[in-house]
Ligand binder design. Structure first.
Ligand code: SF4
Ligand code: SF4
Length: 237
């Protein structure tokens, strides 16, 4: 199945195509969106990072998603090169998001379809949610002066499209879909790899809905992961 047509088969309702906050708050009820990142297929090319930035007008130096690189410990002495792990990072659209209850004005909210979003009209930029997120998935946008993060490209979902990062992933490592549709690729893969799929920091009890296949056990506990390598600054010509 072509990925571009995938979401059009997810019964996107006519109502979901309407703009407006009321619709945005409800989302596509009856669905539960999630992503599976198949790390066996990620080549660390950052196509997802670039396409997300362009799609969502993310300011330079900020990221709604990026692929972090980590030098892993325990490298055998005889190996010359360090082992580098690549882990695409983004908002996990948690079932129990730590960012929601701390927002003093209700600007951060979770939709019925699982998307955790920010109402930029009411966000006061206090940054409580940025501090509360255990995954460092949020930032304060210095252009809008509001909290910012991945939305799973909610505007593209509403138009029956896949998130930009999924559409442009050269390795097909990012798989997005509806957990309420047993025929969706994400559902079938989660079933096929049951017991081999992990989430980041399950001990935080946020119930993340970005799943990883092939995740090193280092990453399943917040305190054990190595520091990511510094991001190379983008140079303007
Ligand atoms: Fe909130 Fe962070 Fe979970 Fe995203 S990853 S829903 S920002 S707690
Ligand atoms: Fe809420 Fe905005 Fe403050 Fe985050 S920065 S807690 S979304 S008001």
């Amino acid at each position: 199945m072509r990925r571009r047509t995938f979401l059009s088969l997810c019964c996107v309702s006519a109502a979901s195509l309407l703009p407006g906050l009321a619709q945005a708050a409800a989302g596509n009820s009856g669905h539960r969106y999630a992503m599976l990142v198949d790390l066996r297929r990620c080549v660390g090319c950052q196509s997802c990072t670039v396409s997300c930035g362009a799609e969502n007008a993310v300011p330079l130096g900020n990221f709604r998603t990026t692929v972090s690189e980590y030098v892993m410990g325990g490298v055998p002495q005889e190996r010359r090169d360090p082992v580098v792990a690549v882990v695409p990072r983004l908002c996990n659209h948690c079932e129990k998001p730590a960012c929601v209850p701390v927002c003093p004005v209700g600007a951060t909210f979770k939709r019925e379809d699982g998307l955790v979003l920010i109402n930029a009209d009411t966000c006061i930029g206090c940054g409580f949610c940025v501090q509360a997120c255990p995954y460092d998935a949020r930032f304060l946008n210095h252009e809008t002066h509001t909290a910012d993060k991945c939305t799973f490209c909610a505007h593209r979902i509403a138009a029956g499209l896949l998130p930009a990062c999924v559409e442009t992933c050269v390795g097909g490592a990012r798989i997005f879909g509806d957990l309420h549709d047993p025929q969706s690729v994400v559902c079938r893969m989660l079933a096929a790899y049951k017991g081999k799929v992990a989430t980041l920091y399950p001990e935080k009890s946020t119930d993340p809905h970005v799943f990883y296949l092939g995740l090193d056990s280092y990453f399943t506990h917040a305190d054990s992961i190595p520091q990511p390598l510094p991001i190379t600054p983008v140079r303007r010509s």
